[in-house]
Design a protein around this ligand. Structure first.
Ligand code: FAD
Length: 563
């Protein structure tokens, strides 16, 4: 059986678990009625299942190539990407003034989840374009918006983000690419960027690079970074691709997975660029792009996990060892836990999407703070979960999981990168315990209060599950109170387990809401019990680890580690 987009799960979550209804009540998103959402997700799911998913294996087996300086995409990718563009899917959440659909980010997250399950390598192409669209909408001049947005939104052109350099990975402030004024309002961009996803493409007529670089008088570190639009072809007076810019793809990386996604080493040799977002304000502008991408990278982990789960379930029903292996308790454990984890992560990602939409539509600080709090959790938990679940998918296949032809291994290889790019999951966790707690935990406490109130209200119908969720939220509240009293080094030492604990409590809460909607003896009620009783309790061990702080880690010297 081939991949089926999880339209029903996404709709259920948006109806009952993290309701989209308040978003649709705002003026900005009044068009996102239940009928519209259903139509969009159903159509999008059909495209993913019928057009995109069939290209996934080809992308793995026949990776992209660099021929005469031009990237040649994997078989079928061109047609599939063109179908996406023609359907308007690149611009789901983009501004209607420039041709976008103007739909909520929550719908876009749901679509990116389905698209990633169909083909992660391919999904990266519109994902980066979407991030670029959002950055331009917020930070570009009217001229740049008018020239680039309609073509990016229609999918005629695609977008990239260029941060990384050999010496500047997580430490973006170490970047050296230079931008020198040409005296005519443009800049000459010179430097090397590495790991640039879809840095070239034979699908579109122009590739638009958003490049971080330093002006001659720039301060060191992130304060001295500016952002530039550097197109592959300079637009002519009619806005069509004209003269080739002074940039090239030097080579493509050979990777563990996502073979269908070209990962490019780029060289800019005095390339013409236009500033976006003002002098030395590049990081603020790039953060718009990165925040969008972070949440949608979380959705990547969820989508690939879903595809791996579907494949594993199918195999477990067919494979007979005494009985069909789906009947063995350990296999049943693996399958139910996969399903429960996917549901938890999907709910968190969609909750983040709803918070972004509410923040935009109402301007309310409390929603914006919720979105900011949930973004690193959605990214890191979605992708860590994706790695766990795809690994379990290999395990369910037994020896065949290790053999490439089943496709189970491809999911595990492909999804591995999602915990690394867009800010490693370690950096996400540090963001959660650092910047996102600058409000002394106010946004976190508001969310925990909501969970506790809801759990209290559910005690009668779900005495055990509601009590467990309440206890977990209470433990997380106590830990968070302790955390905000600590110095950064101790917070950072426990950041990853703290984020994991936070995600598990949220996962328990959203499963409880699902159970409340459908009843204790429903499939969702049983799945909630699997998550809350078996997977959520890991929060306690994670919090214990987080509370140990940094001292014990440094008690072992580097020499001790070597001994
Ligand atoms: C396939 C692929 C596609 C990519 N696509 C793009 C793209 O399109 N555009 C782009 O600009 N970049 C892209 N990247 C780059 C990616 O974002 C970086 O690899 C990532 O940010 C990590 O940087 P790094 O590889 O230099 O690792 P490093 O920064 O060297 O990190 C190594 C390890 O140290 C940890 N670490 C580093 N600093 C700290 C710290 N301060 N505190 C605690 N731990 C720390 C990290 O968490 C990690 O575990 C891509 C990478 C790959 C592999």
């Amino acid at each position: 059986m081939s991949y089926r987009s999880p339209v029903n799960d996404i709709r259920f979550i948006l109806d009952h678990v993290v309701p989209l209804a308040p978003v649709a009540e705002t003026e900005m998103f009044a068009e996102a009625t239940p009928d519209m959402v259903e139509a969009i997700l159903t159509e999008g799911g059909k495209l993913c299942d019928e057009v995109i998913a069939p290209t996934n294996r080809d992308g793995d087996l026949t990776p992209t190539k660099l021929e005469n300086g031009v990237v040649r995409s994997a078989p079928g990718f061109k047609e599939a990407l063109q179908a996406l563009a023609e359907g308007g899917w690149v611009g789901i959440a983009a501004d209607p003034e420039y041709g976008g659909m103007g739909l909520p980010q929550a719908i876009n997250v749901g679509f990116n989840d389905m698209l990633s399950g169909a083909n992660l390598s391919l999904q990266l192409n519109p994902l980066l374009t979407q991030g670029q669209i959002e950055a331009l909408e917020h930070h570009a001049s009217d001229e740049i918006k008018a020239l680039y947005l309609p073509k990016l939104i229609s999918g005629e052109w695609s977008g990239t983000m260029n941060l990384t350099e050999p010496q500047a990975g997580s430490d973006v402030g170490a970047l050296r690419t230079k931008a020198e004024p040409n005296g005519d309002g443009t800049y000459a961009i010179t430097g090397q960027k590495i790991f640039i996803t879809w840095g070239d493409s034979d699908v579109v007529s122009n590739v638009c690079h958003l490049v971080l670089a330093r002006l001659p008088d720039a301060a060191p570190g992130t304060k001295g970074i500016s952002l530039f639009m550097v197109p592959k072809f300079l637009p002519d007076e009619n806005g069509n691709p004209g003269v080739a810019n002074s940039l090239k793809v030097v080579s493509l990386e050979h990777k563990l997975g996502i073979h269908g996604s070209p990962t490019c080493v780029m060289s800019y040799e005095g390339a013409t660029g236009w500033m976006v977002g003002g002098e030395h304000k590049g990081m603020a502008a790039m953060f718009t792009m990165m925040n969008n991408a972070r949440l949608n990278v979380g959705a990547q982990g969820i989508g690939v996990a879903e595809a791996a789960y579907q494949k594993a379930l199918e195999y477990a029903k067919d494979r007979v060892q005494f009985t069909p292996i789906v009947e063995h308790a350990d296999v049943r454990r693996m399958l139910t836990e996969m399903k429960a984890e996917i549901f938890a992560a999907r709910s968190i990602a969609l909750a983040c999407g709803v918070a972004i939409d509410m923040g935009r539509a109402t301007g309310k600080e409390s929603w914006q703070a919720r979105a900011a709090l949930l973004t690193p959790i959605a990214k890191a938990y979605g992708t860590d979960m994706g790695i766990r679940v795809t690994n379990t998918g290999v395990q369910i296949h037994g020896g065949m999981g290790y053999i490439e032809e089943t496709g189970a291994a491809q999911f595990a290889r492909d999804v591995r990168i999602t915990a690394i790019y867009e800010g490693t999951n370690g950096i996400q966790a540090m963001d959660l315990v650092g910047r996102k707690m600058m409000d002394d935990g106010a946004a976190a406490f508001r969310l925990l209060q909501e969970i506790e109130d809801e759990a209290r209200g559910a005690r009668e119908a779900f005495p055990v599950l509601a009590e467990d969720v309440w206890q977990a939220a209470e433990a997380l509240r106590e830990h968070t109170e302790w955390l905000i009293g600590q110095g950064m080094q101790d917070r950072f030492a426990g950041a990853v387990p703290y984020l994991d604990a936070f995600a598990r409590v949220l996962g328990g809460y959203y499963h409880l809401r699902a159970a409340m909607a459908e009843g204790r003896n429903s499939a969702r009620g049983h799945l909630a019990a699997v998550y809350i009783r078996r997977l959520m309790p890991i929060y306690a061990a994670s919090l214990a680890e987080a509370k140990e702080g940094a001292e014990g880690l440094y008690a072992l010297s580097v020499e001790d580690l070597e001994a």
